[in-house]
Design a binder for this molecule. Sequence first.
Ligand code: AMP
Length: 195
Amino acid sequence: MLAETGAGFTSGGAAHLLLKAMRVVYIGLGANLASSAGPPEATLACAAERLGALGRVAARSRLYSTAPVGFADQPRFLNAAVKLETALEPGALLDALMGIEAGFGRDRSGGLKNGPRTLDLDILLIEGEAVDEPGLVVPHPRLAERAFALAPLCEIGAGARDPASGATMTEWLERLFAERPEERGAVVGIESNLW
Ligand code: AMP
């Protein structure tokens, strides 16, 4: 949802209003290798803190322990989702996310798709807005088929909708579980005092 927020100030007796378009963005976080911050749950906690510099973190899901997708011979992942209110344009937000990934040692040189990583940050969904530009597609192109992203997203944005179809994230997750019941057991909410 694009919302206009006003920051009022006065100058020479006249009131002016500074309007900024705020986006409500759901960001997916994932990790399965230790980083300089520590084990994956410590990395995700530090990364969530860094997201606070990009706007206001309005909600955080629990952590989820999830089975690796695509490339099975690697440790399980930890995943979570964060709801961020931000004035950044989507492209600038993605650049900032990639900067945070790099800061936690994300190395893309291995070229192994879906391989192990210290930190992965994805723009899962922006309320009321679709993006389709080179290098950035939102909703994330594989969101509807990824229980590890949808389960934490539904915890904090169950009623958020796919802007194209109007379907809610809960409907996407229910459809995914109906089509692939084994996915239910592949994503497990966990408690951690590091998160
Ligand atoms: P990954 O290896 O999964 O981190 O993929 C990151 C690449 O996917 C980046 O180079 C982005 O340009 C691209 N990408 C496209 N859409 C998105 C999105 N919604 N969120 C994050 N990355 C995206």
